[in-house]
Design a protein around this ligand. Structure first.
Ligand code: NAD
Length: 261
């Protein structure tokens, strides 16, 4: 059996997928034949144009649905509007860096809502559809910060540890239903989320961009290379394949050895 079978006939919903890792996952799923639903809270013409381009280039059906992942009702509405949900990728995420005693409450609430609570709501809405179809795949994009901590990232580390725990629980609740739930734990990937952390770090440590990348961002990533969006997309496709049917309730790290330290 090919490690990556076709996902033709399956519909995948990827939260937070108009940029970065989510968009890369959409492309990889579409390339192996899955119909895809893109999501963000923006609802711009270019979001819909992105879906049209993916459909044109891959031949699958691709739609964009606006839903704000900080709002539980909108999370559930995304799944209902999509109609079908064979594959659910919980990817939407934001970051804020601050000592915990100065951590802005609104940032804490937003990170917990978008990075963790959204996956509860989408999973709850998607499971009846997967059960009706007799098959399902849930892939939660966690982080190395779902397995280990860094200072000043209290909300992010809390949310990512939470989503790893939720992944295990969902796997146990669906273990006999041909539904799997797993979490991917990337180390640093050069996306807009990480780009946004570079200028402040350069100013804080009076470092060049290159030094920030090597000595701060990749300080704990032994390979000294970023994980790539394509690698995360490919791992997601693998977890959706029949080869991975007995992989459930676990984490896969793409972190260049970070969590081996
Ligand atoms: P990104 O900023 O490029 O993408 C984030 C996505 O989430 C965007 O599509 C954005 O539109 C969407 N989003 C943000 N707030 C939203 C909301 N309220 N409702 C709906 N969508 C919303 O960042 P990324 O690096 O691609 O991050 C994607 C995921 O990967 C996140 O969960 C992040 O924690 C995780 N991750 C990233 C890295 C990294 O180094 N980049 C490492 C580990 C894990």
């Amino acid at each position: 059996m090919s490690p990556v079978s076709s996902l033709s006939g399956k519909t995948a919903i990827v939260t937070g997928s108009n940029s970065g890792i989510g968009l890369g996952i959409v492309w990889e799923l579409a390339r192996v034949g899955a119909d895809v639903v893109l999501n963000s809270f923006t609802n711009r013409d270019e979001d819909h144009a992105l879906a049209a381009r993916i459909a044109d280039e891959t031949g699958v059906s691709a739609r964009y649905i606006k839903a704000d992942m900080s709002d539980g009702n909108e999370c559930r509405s995304l799944i209902e509007q999509a109609g079908v949900c064979d594959i659910l990728i919980n990817n939407a995420g934001i970051q804020h860096v601050s000592p915990i005693d100065q951590f802005p409450v609104d940032k804490w609430d937003a990170i917990i809502a978008i990075n963790m609570n959204s996956a509860f709501h989408t999973t709850a809405a998607a499971l009846p559809k997967m059960r009706a179809a007799g098959w399902g795949r849930i892939v939660n994009i966690a982080s190395a910060h779902g397995l280990t901590a860094s200072p000043y990232k209290a909300a992010y580390v809390t949310a990512k540890h939470g989503i790893v725990g939720m992944t295990k629980t969902v796997a146990l609740e669906t273990a006999q239903e041909h539904i799997t739930a797993n979490a991917i734990c990337p180390g640093y990937v050069l996306t807009p989320l990480v780009e946004a952390q570079i200028p402040n770090t350069m100013a804080e440590y009076e470092m060049s961009r290159e030094d920030v990348i090597k000595n701060v961002l990749l300080a704990r990533q032994p390979s000294k290379e970023f994980a790539t969006i394509a690698q995360i997309g490919g791992t997601t496709v693998f977890l959706c394949s029949e080869t991975a049917a007995q992989i459930t309730g676990t984490t896969i790290s793409l972190d260049g050895g970070w969590t081996a330290l």
